[in-house]
Design a binder for this molecule. Sequence first.
Ligand SMILES: Nc1nc2c(c(=O)[nH]1)N[C@H]1C(S)=C(S)[C@@H](COP(=O)(O)O)O[C@H]1N2
Ligand SMILES: [Mo]
Length: 335
Amino acid sequence: MSKNRRRTIWRPSKPSWWTPESAATDEARYRSRRRFMQSFALGSAAIALGCDCGPREAATLRPAQPSPPEVLNLYPAQASPSHRIDEVTPENIAATYNNFYEFTTDKARVHELAAGFRTRPWQVEVTGLVDTPTTFDIDDLVRRFPLEERTYRFRCVEAWAMVVPWTGFPLARLLEAVGVQSGARYVRMVTANDPEQMPGIRSQGWYPWPYHEGLRLDEAMNDLTLLATGIYGHELPPQHGAPIRLVVPWKYGFKNIKSIVKIELVAEEPPTFWHTLAASEYGFYGNVDPGTPHPRWSQASERRIDDGSRQPTLVYNGYEEQVASLYPGGPSATP
Ligand SMILES: Nc1nc2c(c(=O)[nH]1)N[C@H]1C(S)=C(S)[C@@H](COP(=O)(O)O)O[C@H]1N2
Ligand SMILES: [Mo]
């Protein structure tokens, strides 16, 4: 535990309001362990190993609102044979260890605080440098673009990792449908901003809400880039970013923006939430790179959240073949 405590006082130059992601991590793990110990008297071995693999309270695994039957019938979608991985993280582990700061920085509690989040009706505005600016209702979107299931590795910059089956469609299909204009070079995405439903927005007013992220257009058009509406063969539950979130598996988790309400094609590199907060820690690109340490987390290895095992980090999180050509200077060079 002393190692964790040391991490929480890292970077004293930050303003007093600053909560490093690592402190939130530690707090979340501390709380989940404490609860666990209270109910199950956890042995000390698991704590020493930093293992989050013990039994957990059951998470809400479905969105709060019922969806129309024709939407529910789209799940489970056909699994894509080219995106199969065997060692999938158990659903309840992934669903109780989340980053979604709009609700709380405590990973173990996001699922509780987000459980009632209203995800219907929901609209996604696609706008900016496109031929046909369009506002899609979520139910029309999932019926219009064929859903498929893809199992991807997922890697947070805090050095934890998991393997999850997403359901969704390539972002490229949506961009093709609205027609990308020649001046567009980046895609900007924005999360819902509803302080009434999102207690983390109310209690952490200093963050630059709404959460916003971006991709270069060629990254957005890459076949790996998904808009996910489902996970584990059913619709996304709120804690995973219902009803629609981005999945870019070769990038750190913070690029994978949740609960998207707006997608805008723009000419210039857009500011992003974490880059605005700490430019030296979170680049615009955020490509997984074992060779470039983050100031607070060596990226050389990663910890799987299911069994606590450590494994070496893979360049581009294992997707080098699909994306290396996008980055002539390597994963961490600024183009
Ligand atoms: N809107 C929004 N999107 C977000 C975040 C967030 O706090 N708010 N956290 C990011 C980070 S840091 C990670 S690691 C992933 C976590 O996704 P998961 O909870 O589905 O595993 O969501 C990303 N998307
Ligand atoms: Mo993350």
